[in-house]
Ligand binder design. Structure first.
Ligand code: NAG
Ligand code: NAG
Ligand code: NAG
Ligand code: NAG
Length: 522
């Protein structure tokens, strides 16, 4: 395997799947073993703030397990994904740094040869340095698909718009024509081996659950602290809810939501059994719903981004409107996090890195700067003192990828640039620069409908503080060690277990011995 492909795979684990870091504490003191907490981070894909049943109490809930977890833990109401698309959000969660620092400002794809720059340090690597795990390329164990579940054909495609045909080499369909990826079948990896290609989307949730639960049971046997990162393919299209849950929901989206909730519930139940007093479970999302997918997209709740939707286009995934990055978030740690509580503290996925390290009593590398805060007091001591600000990177709807042109400070949110995502049925508003910026008061206008009048003193004083804050962050980034990601693409680097087959199908699907990765000559 080439370095390029290894990098792509390393990053792929951040995109989707399930990663487990066992510790290797052989010969280390027992006391550390007892005091060091375990961490389970569960990340849903493209989920809406309003998809969490308990966030919208007057509607039917499709998330009974998450609702219960919230009643036994803390719901974070003002929690934001670090970006409004997949790769930059996940890279920021795992490094505690904005895309402008890590270089990961937009999504990687099927043939990407690069990934998160290797000299960026992930949460896993830092915990590794403190004895939490041993790994050659970053992971002790990995199960998952290497990118989004729509980036390859399968034999039994799920629900999608447009709907994609099954893998069939005689019907070459490229993404350009139909919005479907079909040149390479969607692979399922275990560690660095392909164990099935194409994957069976309809049983993927079951595999995630079985694997996570068995890793938890294994940890009970070894007594070693762990970080379990469960990056679900749910709620990204194509949706492929297991048939047993379908009957209980009105439609495919909600059946899938129920399935996702069941995965979370099974992991929580297994964790409770293994040792709930020593395990933090942190559930959140990578970005908001994909509007363009119509009935297959999630619910933004009250965060409608009305200023934008009134001008055409969607205001969720890829945009910096609240629907793009305000994500449903629950933190659960019986005995440590007070039960049935909510917090309005302003927080971001960027804060997971420093908070987890602080709880593990591990130092982050000091030769770079971070965008996260240590939110331990919010989680464990009910403090409402969250972040001073959140800067939202442009994520595709407008402007240069990664630029921090939407600024949240206290109750105010300023847009120096606005842009819409493609809405259901097409139509996206034009990107617009705003000088002076649009400023909304989220405490009165969470739907971002009516900006403040620039002639008011309220606007002027908010603007002054926002500008100062943005300049301070930009200055900090300019003085930092900033990495650059390799976004080059080489189609021959696509994961392929049988290069002689037109769509790279593995003979003997599900058979471990059949999997291998195509060598990339680059
Ligand atoms: C993946 O790694 C785990 C842990 O090292 C190992 O038990 C398992 O057999 C590996 N799976 C494959 C397919 O190599
Ligand atoms: C988890 O346990 C709760 C409480 O015992 C139960 O209601 C729920 O059905 C379980 N969830 C799963 C997915 O097993
Ligand atoms: C949780 O809090 C809500 C609102 O304060 C209350 O209505 C509910 O009864 C509480 N639930 C439990 C299980 O304590
Ligand atoms: C990573 O390496 C690049 C190239 O040498 C450098 O510019 C960058 O500052 C490094 N990043 C970190 C976080 O050290």
């Amino acid at each position: 395997m080439t370095v390029g492909l290894a990098l792509a795979l390393l990053f792929s684990a951040l995109l989707s799947g399930l990663v487990y870091y066992a510790s290797d504490l052989r010969g280390r003191e027992d006391e550390k073993k007892q005091t060091r907490p375990n961490f389970i981070i569960i990340l849903a894909d493209d989920i809406g703030w309003g998809d969490l049943g308990i966030n919208l109490p007057r509607t039917t809930s499709h998330t009974p397990n998450l609702d219960l977890m919230a009643q036994q833990g803390m719901r974070l109401l003002d929690f934001h994904s670090p970006a409004s698309t997949c790769s930059p959000s996940r890279a920021a969660i795992l490094t505690g740094r904005h895309g402008l620092r890590t270089g990961v400002t937009h999504n990687f794809g099927v043939g990407s040869v690069g990934g998160l720059p290797l000299n960026e340090s992930t949460l896993a690597e830092v915990l590794h340095g403190a004895g939490y795990y041993t790994a050659a390329v970053g992971f002790d164990y990995y199960l998952g698909i290497p990118y989004s579940n729509d980036m390859g054909c399968t034999d039994s495609p799920g629900y999608d718009l447009p709907s994609c045909p099954p893998c069939d080499p005689d019907i070459p369909v490229d993404r350009g024509k139909r919005g479907c990826y079909s040149s390479v079948a969607l692979p399922l990896f275990e560690n660095l081996s392909i164990i099935a290609q194409p994957v069976d989307l309809w049983t993927l949730a079951e595999m995630y659950t079985k694997t996570a639960v068995s890793l938890l049971h294994r940890s009970r046997q070894t007594g070693q602290p762990f970080l379990l990162y469960v990056a679900l393919s749910h709620m990204h299209v194509p949706l492929s809810p297991g048939l047993q849950t379908e009957g209980e929901a009105q439609d495919v989206y909600h059946a899938t939501l129920r399935e996702m909730d069941g995965v979370v519930g099974a992991i929580k139940n297994a964790s409770d059994e293994v040792g709930k007093e020593n395990t933090l479970i942190w559930f959140t999302g990578d970005n908001g719903p994909w509007n363009q997918k119509c009935q297959f997209a999630g619910n933004v709740g009250p965060f409608l981004g009305r200023w934008q939707t009134e001008r055409g286009g969607g205001s969720a995934k890829t945009t910096t409107w609240e629907g793009g990055h305000r994500v449903p978030t629950v933190a659960y740690w019986p005995g440590k996090i007070a039960a049935n509580t909510t917090s309005k503290a302003l927080l971001s996925g960027l804060d997971i890195f420093r908070t987890v390290l602080s709880l593990a009593k591990v130092e982050a590398p000091s030769n770079r700067r971070y965008d996260g805060i240590d939110a331990t007091d919010v989680l464990l001591r009910g403090s409402e003192a969250g972040r001073k600000s959140v800067l939202h990177p442009n994520s595709g709807a407008a402007g240069q990828f990664g630029d921090l042109q939407a600024v949240r400070l206290g109750q105010y949110k300023a847009f120096y640039i606005t842009g819409a995502a493609e809405a259901c049925g097409g139509g996206a508003g034009q990107p617009e620069l705003h000088d002076p910026p649009l400023i909304f008061d989220l405490s009165r206008d969470e739907g971002e409908g009516s900006p403040l009048d620039p002639d008011t003193s309220e606007y002027q004083s908010a603007l002054e503080q926002i500008q100062q804050e943005r300049e301070a962050v930009m200055k900090d980034i300019a003085a930092d060690r900033v990495s650059r990601a390799d976004y080059s693409v080489d189609p021959s680097a696509a994961p392929c277990c049988n290069p002689d087959h037109p769509t790279c199908r593995c003979h003997g699907r599900g058979s471990r011995s059949a999997g291998r990765v195509l060598q990339n000559d680059g």
